[in-house]
Write a protein that binds this ligand. Structure first.
Ligand SMILES: [Ca+2]
Length: 461
C-alpha cells in the first residue's frame, strides 16, 4: 500500500472509512480516491472536466465614426434587433476613431454574441459573432448613421455560485450549502457588484470572500469603495475582517500581518479580496440568534420549505444583499469585473479542526487568505490525476434553481461502486454532462436548464 505523507489531507485521517492500517497524520491516497469516487454521484466523471459553464473573451471594437461624437459599444447574449429584452454582457464608450476594449464572459452553450455600436441618437449597428473561449475579437464599425433605432430593453447579467461545505471531505452534492448570486455592473471606471446570499443549506459556520483574479488592490481608487450595510475601509476589503455577532465572537479570522496565501502553483496571491460575511447564518438572519444573541441557530435557510416538509430545521428568510461599489484607476481594470471567470468566490469552513477554502474548480487548490501548509508540491498529482477533478462548487447562470436540502444534484448515487438511480433527481442531464462535457447535445450542454421541478427549491430563485 502506497502511503503519501500529504499534510493537506491529514484531516482525512479522522474519516470514518477504514484507515486502520495507516498511522495518524498519514494519508492513504488510494483510500481517499476510493472515498471520492464512491461519494460523487457520477461514477465516470470525465478526467478533463473543468466544470465550466462560462467562457471568457475580449472584444476590441474599432469605432470609425465621427470623431466629435460618442458611441457606446455593448455586447449582448441575445440579438437586440429581434429580442425585446437582452442580457448585457459588457459595455463601454468610445468617441469616433477610438477603440473600445471590453472583457466579457458568455455561456459556452450559447457562443454567439451580438455586438451593438450605438450613437448619441440611439441609432445602432449590430454584428453577431461566434466566440471561442479565450480569444480576442476584432470588430470595426464604419458608422451608425444608417443604423436602426435601438428598442430592446437591456438588463445586466447574474451568476450563481453553489457550494458544498465539506472540502476536502466529499459532500452530499446538493450544492446548496451556501448559494451566492453575483450581479456586476460596470460603467466606465465605476463598478457595482451586487452580491446576494440566497441560501444556507448547512449547520456549519460558513464565511465567504470574493477575490478578483488579476486585479491588484491598489487599482481601487482610495476612498471610493463602499459596502451597503457594511462599513469597510480599504484595508478591511483586502483581508477577511470578522463580522462579529453581538457577543463579539469571531470564528474566522485572518491576520493581515500574515499576508495572503498562494495559488496552486505556489505564486503569491496579491489580488483584491473582498470580505463578504463571517457567518452565513448570521448574515442571513440576525433575528434567529439565540437568547441574548449568545449563539446562532444553525437553521437551513431557503433550502427546505418547512410548511411542506414539516421539518423545524428549515427557515425561509429574505436573502441578504451586499452591494459593493468602487472606482477603478482605469476602464481596463473595471472591465475585469464583466468577466465572471475572474471571480474567485469562495467560502471558508472548518473541517477536522482547521479552516479550508472551498473554491470553484479553476481555483480549487488556491489558498487565497492563508496557506494551510507548504504543500504545493504535493498537490501536483491531485491536479493532474484524472480522479481528482471533482467539484465542490459550481458556477452557473443566476437563474439556476439549486436543489432542495440533501437532494443530490444528479439523482444517482455511487456508494457501492456502481451507480444507482435514485427515485428523485434535481438535474437529469448533469450526469451526462459530467461524463461528456464536450457533448453537442443541447440538453446536455444546457443541463442547468433541465431541472426536475419537484426536487428544486422554489422559495427563492
Ligand atoms: Ca445542504
Amino acid at each position: 500500500m502506497k502511503i503519501t505523507n500529504a499534510k493537506l489531507l491529514v484531516a482525512l485521517a479522522s474519516l470514518s472509512l477504514a484507515l486502520t492500517a495507516c498511522k495518524e497524520n498519514y494519508f492513504v491516497e488510494e483510500k481517499y480516491d476510493e472515498l471520492l469516487i464512491r461519494s460523487f454521484p457520477v461514477g465516470s466523471v470525465n478526467p478533463n472536466h473543468t466544470w465550466a459553464v462560462f467562457g471568457s473573451a475580449t472584444l476590441q471594437a474599432h469605432v470609425n465614426g465621427d470623431s466629435g461624437k460618442k458611441y457606446r459599444v455593448a455586447i449582448y447574449q441575445e440579438d437586440p434587433l429581434t429580442a425585446s429584452y437582452v442580457t448585457l454582457l459588457a459595455s463601454s464608450e468610445a468617441v469616433g476613431g477610438q477603440t473600445a476594449v471590453l472583457h466579457f464572459s458568455y455561456l459556452l452553450a450559447q457562443p454567439t454574441v451580438y455586438v451593438a455600436c450605438r450613437d448619441e441618437n440611439s441609432h445602432q449597428v449590430v454584428m453577431s459573432r461566434k466566440v471561442v473561449n479565450g480569444e480576442t475579437i476584432d470588430l470595426s464599425f464604419a458608422g451608425t448613421e444608417d443604423g436602426t433605432a435601438a428598442t430592446a430593453q437591456e438588463h445586466s447579467n447574474t451568476y450563481r455560485f453553489c457550494f458544498e461545505d465539506q472540502f476536502p471531505h466529499p459532500g452530499d452534492y446538493d450544492f446548496n450549502d451556501c448559494v451566492i448570486t453575483v450581479n456586476p455592473v460596470v460603467s466606465g471606471k465605476n463598478v457595482t457588484v451586487r452580491v446576494v446570499l440566497n441560501a444556507v443549506g448547512t449547520n456549519k459556520q460558513i464565511a465567504a470572500a470574493m477575490r478578483i483574479k488579476g486585479l491588484m488592490p491598489d487599482a481601487v481608487v482610495a476612498g471610493t469603495n463602499t459596502f451597503v450595510d457594511y462599513a469597510a475601509s480599504y484595508e478591511s476589503m483586502r483581508y477577511v475582517t470578522p463580522v462579529m455577532n453581538d457577543k463579539g465572537e469571531t470564528f474566522f479570522y485572518v491576520n493581515p500581518e500574515t499576508g495572503l496565501g498562494k495559488d496552486a502553483r505556489g505564486n503569491q496571491i496579491n489580488d483584491l479580496v473582498v470580505s463578504l460575511f463571517n457567518d452565513a447564518h448570521w448574515a442571513m438572519s440576525k433575528a434567529d440568534a439565540g437568547g441574548n444573541n449568545q449563539y446562532m441557530h444553525a437553521y437551513f435557510y431557503n433550502t427546505m420549505d418547512k410548511r411542506l416538509a414539516g421539518d423545524e430545521r428549515g427557515r425561509i428568510a429574505t436573502p441578504t444583499v451586499i452591494t459593493l461599489t468602487m472606482t477603478l484607476d482605469s476602464e481596463e481594470h473595471a472591465q475585469l469585473f464583466n468577466d465572471i471567470m475572474n471571480y474567485d468566490m469562495f467560502v471558508i469552513e472548518k473541517y477536522s479542526n482547521r479552516l479550508w477554502e472551498v473554491h470553484t474548480y479553476p481555483f480549487k487548490f488556491d489558498q487565497v487568505l492563508k496557506e494551510y501548509e507548504n504543500y504545493t508540491d504535493k498537490l501536483t498529482p491531485y491536479i493532474s490525476n484524472p480522479t481528482k477533478n471533482y467539484p465542490w462548487a459550481l458556477l452557473v447562470p443566476g437563474t439556476f434553481l439549486y436543489p432542495n436540502e440533501w437532494q443530490s444534484i444528479c439523482g444517482y448515487s455511487n456508494t457501492t461502486g456502481s451507480e444507482t438511480k435514485n427515485t428523485k433527481t434535481a438535474y437529469k442531464m448533469f450526469r451526462s454532462w459530467a461524463i461528456n462535457p464536450g457533448s453537442v447535445v443541447e440538453e446536455v450542454k444546457q443541463w442547468y436548464l433541465k431541472e426536475n421541478i419537484e426536487d428544486i427549491q422554489l422559495v427563492w430563485q
